[in-house]
Design a binder for this molecule. Structure first.
Ligand code: HEM
Length: 227
């Protein structure tokens, strides 16, 4: 990547949209991997703790985290920038016509769902990432999800994430010029499938709130009970 290319990514409208699209797709990929990791909660304490301990002790992880942070920052900055540009360049009466012309709930609420996801992420990192982990990751997560307030935040956040991705994934491909009569319906369906998958985060929290892990323990599965 030469310096002129990087300059174009920042100084041109199409460059900023490309950064927003690529960072959005990579963040969507991270969300799928993160969900898969957290589905290990269903396998119980040893499986989950072994995986997270392995992850945080990996010397590559700090670099991955720095990359992830750069993706979030790049996505937020270009997203806000593009939205302001679109607003300034929009013809009069555009706001009133937001729901016309094929707009969906996902596309019309992108800015609101983005703000909700940011708040959800901040809450998530403050309660799970930047805390003392000495009790063990599984115990920490399980204890948190026994609280109905915590679960309500996770359900709302996961739904906001699903709505955001229901438009974001297909829009990113469109921005990058992947537009073909044969593949566009597939891309739309794939984007929607990724979006719906995000409700998995809400399901994990409901699983613990409903005490299904405890019922599984009665049926003979290994489980940790936190008082
Ligand atoms: C059931 C829901 C979830 C659970 C149980 C969960 C669990 C965790 C845990 C235990 C960590 C800390 C790992 C560490 O200290 O290194 C973490 C980190 C993180 N989570 Fe989640 N998470 C969930 C949902 C989400 C969602 C919906 C998002 C995004 C909106 C998200 C984004 C992140 C990020 C960015 C990190 C920091 C990554 C890192 O430090 O490697 N998580 N999560």
């Amino acid at each position: 990547m030469d310096i002129i290319f990087i300059k174009r990514l920042i100084t041109t409208s199409i460059g900023r949209k490309a950064v927003m699209a690529v960072s959005g797709l990579l963040l969507g990929g991270f969300m799928l991997v993160h969900l898969a990791e957290n589905l290990l909660l269903f396998k119980g304490e040893p499986a989950y703790n072994t995986w997270v301990d392995l992850l945080i002790s990996n010397p590559v992880t700090p670099f991955m985290e720095a990359g992830l942070l750069a993706l979030f920052i790049g996505h937020i900055i270009t997203g806000v920038w593009v939205r302001i540009e679109d607003f300034l360049n929009a013809p009069r009466g555009y706001e009133a016509r937001r729901w016309q012309g094929g707009r969906t709930a996902g596309s019309a609420t992108m800015l609101y769902t983005a703000a909700a996801i940011l708040a959800y992420l901040a809450y998530h990192l403050l309660t799970f990432r930047f805390v003392d982990h000495s009790m063990g990751f599984y115990q920490m997560v399980t204890a948190a999800f026994r609280s109905p307030v915590f679960v309500a935040v996770y359900i709302s956040g996961s739904l906001a994430l699903a709505l955001h991705l229901s438009h974001g994934m297909q829009s990113a491909f469109q921005t990058l010029g992947v537009n073909h009569p044969k593949y566009t319906p597939l891309i739309k369906a794939g984007g929607l499938a990724v979006a719906v998958t995000m409700t998995g985060f809400a399901l994990i929290s409901l699983y613990y709130l409903a005490g299904i892990d405890l019922k599984a323990a009665e049926a003979g599965y290994q489980v940790v009970v936190i008082k």
